[in-house]
Design a protein around this ligand. Structure first.
Ligand SMILES: [Zn+2]
Ligand SMILES: [Zn+2]
Length: 308
């Protein structure tokens, strides 16, 4: 079968062995490129198939994949926080073979059933959407609070969609005009004034500083971006406003709701989200071009999807 591999010559599509072993045999139909994959290329990470945002069919039945590998028996897993598994949580597509290929054998527990209204070609968005929804749920927004998202990439836009889905108004501060336009299509307003909840979706130190500027006294800042380094906080502003910072990573089950299923329902109910966030589609064979486009934010790419 064919798989996207990163090697000395960069990203290529190669012939690799068919997967085998126990689990469900997934025929992949959509698989999107994440900033994490672009980071892997920059790091020179090789030896595994990338792709943690994917969906496909098992025996003709469509599923999205919740790619967190976890033990299911530790305290965190039992509480539903599988992303915090203390027995070595891992992820399909992150130093373990993932979904940028034609077929993959996955644990049965990773399968997320899809509503009939969500095409499998769009269902790779369930993973990214769940990252965003998890952060929004951790914000515990109360009706009447002012909410803003800082950062108009796919996570920021899906955070906008998630806040709207939960019934609250939201504004978006985006760097690129195409991102701001996408935010408007999803129901975001233009930022003005101060906010009770600020969702950081840039993963940059400057983004965190911007969040503190936009905060009302007593506001909550949700750290949804991925930070590899120590992040400096503006000390006096943070102190004077008594800000609360909450980290959010991946997704799990909370209040008895599996966040991936909640997002599959959201994407099925509002097709405009996938139409807005997925800006490019390529055949698997065109992966090198797809990665080039995904790396060029200024050119208007938001989510780039490969369709094996
Ligand atoms: Zn991702
Ligand atoms: Zn566990």
């Amino acid at each position: 079968m064919k798989a996207v591999v990163n090697g000395e010559g960069g990203v290529t599509v190669a012939e690799v062995d068919e997967p085998d072993g126990p689990g469900a045999r997934l025929e992949i139909r959509s698989s999107s490129i994440c900033g994490t994959d672009l980071n892997f290329i920059a790091m020179g990470a090789t030896g595994f198939v990338y792709g943690h945002e994917f969906a496909g069919v098992v025996d003709g039945v469509p599923y999205a994949i919740e790619p967190t590998l976890h033990c299911g028996t530790c305290d965190q897993c039992i509480a539903g926080h599988t992303q915090r598994c203390t027995n070595g949580a891992a992820n399909l597509g992150i130093f373990v073979n993932g979904g940028l290929c034609e077929r993959l054998i996955v644990p049965e527990y990773t399968l997320v059933p899809l509503p009939a209204s969500l095409p499998v070609e769009d269902a790779c968005l369930v993973e990214t959407g769940s990252v965003a929804m998890h952060g929004v749920r951790r914000a515990a927004i109360v009706p009447g609070e002012r909410v803003v998202v800082v950062g108009g990439g796919s996570i920021g836009l899906l955070a906008v969609a998630s806040v709207r889905h939960l019934g609250h108004p939201v504004d978006l501060e985006a760097r690129h005009p195409a991102q701001a336009a996408a935010g408007e299509r999803l129901g975001a307003g233009r930022p003005s004034g101060a906010y009770d909840v600020i969702i950081e979706a840039t993963g940059s130190a400057s983004g965190v500083i911007r969040c503190t500027e936009l905060a009302s006294p007593g506001a909550r800042v949700i750290l949804l971006g991925v930070f590899h380094d120590t992040v400096p906080l503006p000390g006096i502003v943070t102190l004077v406003k008594e800000l609360t910072f909450t980290a959010a990573m991946a997704y799990g089950t909370s209040d008895g709701v599996r966040e991936t299923e909640l997002v599959a329902q959201m994407l099925g109910a509002t097709p405009e989200i996938a139409r807005t966030v997925i800006t490019h589609r390529f055949a698997l064979a065109d992966a090198p071009e797809a990665f080039r486009v995904a790396g060029d934010r200024a050119a208007g790419a938001i989510k780039v999807v490969l369709q094996p």
